[in-house]
Design a protein around this ligand. Structure first.
Ligand code: SF4
Length: 233
């Protein structure tokens, strides 16, 4: 039995004072379902040691935005600037994401932005499968707490780990998918768009689908509210 499993075993038996060896994590880190709000979760995850990415990070990049966002944007991993500032999408790709949001009539404070893994992979490599598997329970819990109407997956890595799609993203971007009852729209990662500006036209087509879906949902909600029986006075 590993030290971590032993600690979980003892905690499950009500023994609260468990000395974890260096590198072990708290109970909440092991059980993301224990978190009831994003703020307490962010505080606990800040010391997470679940995977090897903890070693090279400056800080955990938890996620940012509206805890009641209608739309959550999910990228793959923090880069150098995100690792330095502790916020996702703040480098050049982040500036492009901000422009994309503005084009949709959205702001960073209205949406929520996160990544598949919360610590920077060395040399900006793709997160490895075991690293993504270690970190995904946190993202899943964030999504469960936020309850967005739509998740926009930015790039093939995010789509691969959340939807299990391994095909090139160009073959399915812009086509609606579902993840645990939530509508999902995969599109290009802003970093890809910086390297391949000709793909911005396709990304814009995807964003128009996002805007149309948000607008339709808002109209439906307004229509439902109008159709409601007047209150009995
Ligand atoms: S990437 Fe995720 S699981 Fe790995 S150490 Fe960072 S917060 Fe923990």
């Amino acid at each position: 039995m590993s030290a971590r499993d032993l600690a979980r075993y003892l905690l499950d038996f009500g023994i609260q004072e468990v000395m974890l060896p260096e590198g072990s994590s708290s109970r909440e880190e092991q059980d993301p379902l224990a978190f009831q709000d994003l703020a307490s979760m962010a505080k606990a995850v800040a010391t997470c040691q679940r995977c090897r990415l903890a070693k090279g990070r400056t800080q955990v990049v938890f996620g940012v935005g509206n805890p009641r966002a209608r739309v959550v944007f999910v990228g793959e991993a923090p880069g150098a600037e995100e690792d330095r500032q502790g916020e996702p999408f703040v480098g050049r790709a982040g500036q492009l994401l901000n422009s994309m949001l503005r084009a949709c009539g959205l702001s960073r404070s209205e949406v929520y932005i996160a990544n598949i893994v919360k610590c920077r992979p060395p040399g900006n490599r793709d997160p490895q499968d075991d690293e993504a598997a270690a970190c995904l329970p946190f993202l899943r819990r964030q999504l469960a707490l936020i309850k967005p109407e739509i998740i926009v997956l930015l790039g093939r890595v995010a789509a691969r780990h959340l939807l299990g799609i391994t095909a090139p993203i160009s073959s399915y971007r812009g086509s609606w998918r579902h993840w645990e009852g939530v509508e999902v729209l995969p599109t290009f990662h802003p970093a890809y768009l910086l390297r391949n500006p000709q793909a911005k036209r396709e990304a814009w087509e995807d964003l128009k689908k996002l805007m149309a879906r948000l607008s339709a949902a808002a109209q439906k909600k307004a229509g439902t509210a109008e159709g409601e029986a007047p209150p009995v006075l």
